[in-house]
Design a binder for this molecule. Structure first.
Ligand code: PLP
Length: 388
């Protein structure tokens, strides 16, 4: 039986998969089981921030696996303490709760916001505003938070307490920001929603109006965080720091981890017994996270991310099939004039390039460490296919 046959027989069929069996990766290239090579413009949906099996990262992870692979959260580890300290320093937050995914990080943010409000104002102030076209995860709470009807099927009843506002519509926001609201949750760049950057005026209005009413701002930086956009947090582009910021995807370089960062206001909200996660803050994930942090916060690293992003945008500018390019840093959405993004992704795969899609756009999330040679090789394939 082939891998694909075995897989399809025993793994739940909840994904639309391309017929590719990945076998190994090195740097920004990987190989399938037949030895065919691919250039990676997707980083496993933004997770492999340092590329495949980066040497220092792999050393850190392997060394931790051999020392202490897991520890109950009833005890402490130095590696979790170190990672928490460095993550807080890099992001400007004062405390973090570790989970294992973006959805879990957002669950933590939702619980924190509701408890913050309950502790201070009592019952009835539990609603959370999220944006139309947002994406916050696949658990029932984060699906309920997600502002896309397509996700609100089958699994009824969804959770109460989420109200959608049109992105960039300040009037809609003002109208819905009433006394029942405890938080507004935004993605500075809607990733799954099509790589749409929020307008600065709207972000300003969110922070201003929330500030006036002691309503928390939650920034879902699961996709944008940890250097993806060329800043450590995308909020830096807007001059903003949310009360709570969630991270996942690239945070540990390809090992499952989610983080919910909190400011002084929120730091003490989750008290003993109110939240937890068996694997949260796992030592191996923290070791991976430390290796990612060290690189991403290194001298000039994020400037280089920005330069590479410009390089990609310039290369695409002359392509006849490209309608427009959106995004921040190495989170790039390409609108096409006539072709379908999913067809382009399939053709790229055939020619040895991994790209992603987001709604009707081709989405690029290359490893932050990608070289100009690799960019040239990948862009050549992509542009040739777009101009076919
Ligand atoms: C902005 C955002 N939030 C949350 C999630 C959910 O993350 P996870 O799949 O790790 O639960 C995603 C995943 O794509 C995301 O892009």
């Amino acid at each position: 039986m082939s891998t694909i046959e075995k897989f399809n027989k025993h793994v739940v069929q909840s994904y639309g998969r391309f017929p590719l069996v990945m076998e190994q990766g090195c740097g920004r290239r990987c190989k399938d089981e037949d030895g065919k090579e691919y250039i990676d413009f997707g980083s496993g949906i933004g997770t492999n921030s340092l590329g495949f099996c980066d040497e220092k990262w792999a050393d850190a992870v392997c060394s931790q696996v051999r020392t202490l692979q897991h520890n109950s959260n009833y005890y402490y580890t130095a590696v979790q303490a170190d990672f928490a300290e460095k993550l807080c320093n890099a992001s400007g937050y004062c405390a973090v709760f570790f989970g294992n995914s973006g959805a879990e990080a957002n669950e933590c943010a939702i619980k924190t916001a509701r408890k913050y409000s309950f502790d201070k104002y009592g019952k009835g102030r539990h609603n959370i505003i999220t944006l139309v076209n947002s994406f916050h995860g696949r658990t029932i709470a984060t699906l309920s938070a997600t502002g896309q009807d397509v996700f609100h099927n089958y699994f009824f009843p969804f959770l109460e307490g989420f109200i959608n506002v049109q992105a960039n519509n300040i009037d809609d926001l003002k109208e819905k920001l009433d006394d029942t609201v405890c938080a507004v949750m935004i993605e500075y760049v809607q990733g799954e929603g099509g790589v749409n950057v929020l307008e600065k005026d709207f972000v300003d209005a969110v922070f201003e109006l929330c500030g006036e009413k002691d309503i928390l701002v939650i920034a879902d930086e699961v996709q944008t965080g940890v250097g993806r956009t060329g800043k450590f947090l995308a909020g830096e582009y807007f001059g903003k720091k949310a009360d709570i910021t969630t991270l996942a995807k690239g945070i540990a370089g390809g090992i499952p981890m989610g983080a919910c960062l909190m400011n002084e206001k929120c730091q003490g909200v989750l008290t003993k017994g109110t939240h937890g996660s068996t694997f949260g803050g796992n030592p191996v994930a923290c070791a991976g996270g430390l290796a990612v942090l060290e690189r991403v916060t290194g001298d000039g690293f994020l400037d280089e991310v920005c330069r590479k992003a410009e390089y990609i945008k310039n290369a695409l500018a002359d392509c006849k099939e490209v309608e427009s390019v959106s995004g921040l840093g190495l989170m790039i959405g390409i609108s096409l004039k006539s072709k379908k993004a999913v067809d382009i992704a399939g053709k790229c795969l055939e020619k040895g390039l991994l790209v992603l899609t987001a709604k009707d756009k081709v989405r690029l999330l290359p490893p932050l460490t990608i070289s100009y040679d690799e960019l040239n090789d990948g862009l050549k394939i992509l542009i040739e296919i777009l101009e076919e």
